[in-house]
Design a protein around this ligand. Structure first.
Ligand SMILES: [Zn+2]
Length: 292
């Protein structure tokens, strides 16, 4: 079978708080559920409106538990995994807060920032799904900014026992990581850039391959205007418009990583940079197709 997975940052908090459209949630979920995919990873998301919930077969967290679509006490949105069709089965992998976990339980440093599920089906050897978000935390007053490298590295530490296991060979991890190696020396971002490179290297050290980078056609050439230079070997793609500005720097913060056993099965991985998506979020979706 060909398994289709999409990931999308739905931008819920900015749309809610900065003069957003009151119908944004319904529009965003209507669009999200129209993306051709068996499973959808979302970030900065809340459950679909009740009128749209019949289009969803199951979700983690459950749609009737909006209290679980939270990160900490201040963020009333979270990461989630949504399955639309009924042909496949999806079960949550329990994650326990780092300080409270029992022996053998998987830890989560920032509950709500990532979700893990196991996907099975009649013609599908189990695949572990991870919808991930690079939370901006640990504000540094000297530079007036927060870090995603701190939280993404905590997430990778939480996930290490899974990724470094047999199941880790069949992992699909996707989401908005707020991490990028699109920087060059002498620019403002050079202060953080090396830490971002090191963080991306940790994914590789745990056996994960960046499927978006892998699937950029060899003949494409550098991404026009890419803040990495663009260098001749630039393999970046645009997944974000800061300030919803189409003319701004073409930024990539969204990824799909796959485990070793899925690498040869990736048939497609690309951003869906369509205006219907950009009208609803400052991120566009990314899709991956895996032929198992
Ligand atoms: Zn680039």
């Amino acid at each position: 079978m060909v398994l289709g997975v999409a990931t999308w940052n739905m931008d819920h908090w900015k749309r809610l708080h900065f003069g957003g459209d009151k119908d944004h949630l319904a529009k965003a979920w209507t669009y999200a559920l129209s993306i051709p995919a068996d499973v959808l990873f979302v970030q900065e998301a809340v459950p679909p409106p009740v009128a749209l919930q019949q289009r969803v077969d199951s979700s983690i967290p459950a749609m009737d538990r909006p209290d679980l679509w939270r990160i900490g006490t201040s963020r009333r949105w979270a990461s989630a995994i949504v399955k639309t069709g009924t042909a496949l089965e999806m079960a949550p992998v329990h994650l326990a807060p780092l300080a409270d976990r029992a022996k053998g339980q998987m830890a989560i440093s920032h509950p709500g920032s990532f979700v893990v599920a196991e996907l099975t089906g009649p013609n599908l050897e189990p695949i572990t799904l991870i919808s991930a978000y690079g939370l901006m935390e640990d504000f540094n007053p000297e530079i007036g900014d927060s870090y995603a490298t701190t939280t993404v590295n905590r997430m990778l530490s939480d996930l290490t026992p899974l990724l470094d296991s047999k199941k880790g060979r069949r992992v699909v991890l996707g989401g908005d990581l707020n991490i990028s190696d699109q920087w060059r020396p002498g620019t403002r971002f050079a202060r953080w850039g090396p830490a971002h490179n090191a963080t991306l290297s940790r994914f590789a050290s745990l056996g994960l391959t960046d499927a978006l980078r892998l699937m950029v056609p060899a003949e494409r050439g550098p991404l026009p205007g890419c803040p990495c230079g663009p260098t001749m070997d630039c393999r970046h793609v645009r997944t974000q418009r800061h300030g919803n500005n189409a003319a701004g720097l073409p930024w990539q913060n969204d990824y799909f990583f796959v485990g070793r056993d899925l690498l040869e099965m990736v048939r497609r991985c690309e951003p869906l940079g369509e205006e219907a998506a950009w009208a609803l979020s400052d991120h566009c979706p990314v899709v991956i197709e895996i032929e198992t």
